[in-house]
Write a protein that binds this ligand. Structure first.
Ligand code: ZN
Ligand code: ZN
Length: 176
């Protein structure tokens, strides 16, 4: 059974890493261990967009991953994009090893909302669970409340739960 590593990429709020390390085991029933941070790969930065190309960071996470089978979840504060989207909250390898989330657009202050630490943490947990769900082989789910529902913007992130619907939950249990 694989466990889960958390890999900060660049400077990441330590409180957030600790929160995810504490909460993810309750959802996945696995051990979760934080690793030391790695730098944001300079080649991921796009001058014109002033954002980082997500797939380059995912590559760096895989290249620096410990030599075992454990899943690895990158967490970064830089803003991420892939060519077809203006921005993304995260990316993961479907049924693979690594996932990545960006906290940049989850901060309430980044969305013209008043600062709200609990909301910020809950959003990060939802996105981490979602991307990890992909690494365990789950695709997007049409259930409105399911954490595997695709979120295009922060309103869609807030409108789903941070847990799996019964059918996604079954899938996760069977995949382990
Ligand atoms: Zn997704
Ligand atoms: Zn679902």
């Amino acid at each position: 059974m694989e466990n889960i590593y958390i890999r900060p990429v660049g400077e990441v709020d330590e409180k957030m890493i600790k929160y995810l390390t504490d909460e993810l085991p309750l959802i996945f029933n696995k051990m979760v261990k934080p690793l030391p941070s790695i730098p944001v790969p300079p080649q991921s930065y796009d001058d014109q967009r002033q954002q980082c190309l997500s797939s380059e960071i995912l590559k760096a996470i895989l290249e620096s991953a410990p030599a075992d089978e454990n899943k690895i979840m990158g967490v970064t504060e830089v803003d991420l994009f892939i060519p077809i989207f203006t921005y993304i909250f995260g990316e993961a390898q479907l049924d693979g090893r690594a996932g990545l989330i960006s906290l940049a657009r989850l901060k309430p202050d980044a969305n013209d909302e008043s600062p709200d630490e609990e909301l910020y943490k809950l959003r990060a947990l939802k996105e981490a669970v979602h991307e990890l769900g992909h690494t365990f082989g789950l695709k997007h789910c049409p259930e409105p409340a399911c954490v595997m529902r695709f979120a295009n913007n922060i309103i869609e992130v807030d409108s789903k739960d941070c847990s799996f619907c019964p059918s996604c939950h079954d899938f996760i249990v069977k995949s382990q």
